[in-house]
Write a protein that binds this ligand. Sequence first.
Ligand SMILES: *Cc1c(COP(=O)(O)O)cnc(C)c1O
Length: 365
Amino acid sequence: MLLTPGPTPVPEFVRAAMATETLHHRTPEFEAIFKNTRELLLEILNMPEALMLASSGTGAMEACVINLTNKKALTVNSGKFGERFGKICKAMNIPNIEIKNPWDTPVSADEIVEIIKNDSQIDSICIQICESAGGLRHPVEEIAKRVKEINSDIMIIADGITAVGVEKIDTTNIDALITGSQKALMLPPGLAMIGLSNKAVAKIEANPKGYYFNLAIELKNQRKNTTAWTAATTLIIGLGAILEKIKADGFDKLYSDTATRAKATREALKAIGLPIYPKNPADAMTTIYTEQANEIRKILKNKYDANIAGGQDDLNGKIFRINHMGLVAPFEAAWAVNAVEKTLDELGIRKFDGTANKVFMENMF
Ligand SMILES: *Cc1c(COP(=O)(O)O)cnc(C)c1O
């Protein structure tokens, strides 16, 4: 059972949809598929414009940084992915200021406001909605609102790779909403998507930049249901299939099911004495702080067939992360918390008495 916060399992019907013969991308047949997927993507992103890129999520991060920063970026580092925005700026010779916090700590909107008030060069803010390194939810909507009140030209670049498809995001003040295929959208890796505001589109078109990630060229092509370079045809077919299914069930149902499962998991694990790591947990995953994280993960994988994720850098061996993204069945999440409780018993940490399962079921249903 794959319960890592990306990649997530690809549902059977999506694999079947992607099993058709290879289509040429410069054909009316593929353009019709592209159009259908693009319209569904615009709906889930809830943004005026959307792009699909053949790359992993990091490619979309790089594309947004390059195309939407003309002077200086403010990047928020509360984990590996926030750190990555800063590394992209350095690699691209884009000046940046970084706010660095412990991985369990959301950035404060006041701090961001202070910084942009004192530095008129900053024209983009790059931040994760959910920082997957620790499962932390940043207050992106509040930040975006307050920044726009001060200077509406500052671009809010929101990495929603573990937020799109997890929860309803208020995109009112967001200029670029990034996501990727292998997390909440339940596809194989290799497709990145970006939702864009009208202001972002205007900025991109006023000053085209980059080559592979020249978003002005992509905008021109994708509005005509084609792509600048060879499209990731198979993944675009798969994205259409998954979005059709999510839409048919109702986007809000996906969000509320995910939120309920996340809460049931958090409550179950807290009830057996395991502390939630982030101060403000996102619903994409549950992150537990424990010095025995690696032993727990090993038993979960080898004995209970549940593959969950660990931590990186300073958190290596100190956290474990259970995925909630995608169409995870409640019985799968229940199995995970049961297995964790049994594992604690095996490690002599806490006697097994079925508490995790009880609390999970009471919260889930
Ligand atoms: C997975 C992830 C990414 C992108 O990673 P890729 O490996 O390039 O797809 C970026 N940001 C967050 C928050 C992620 O979880």
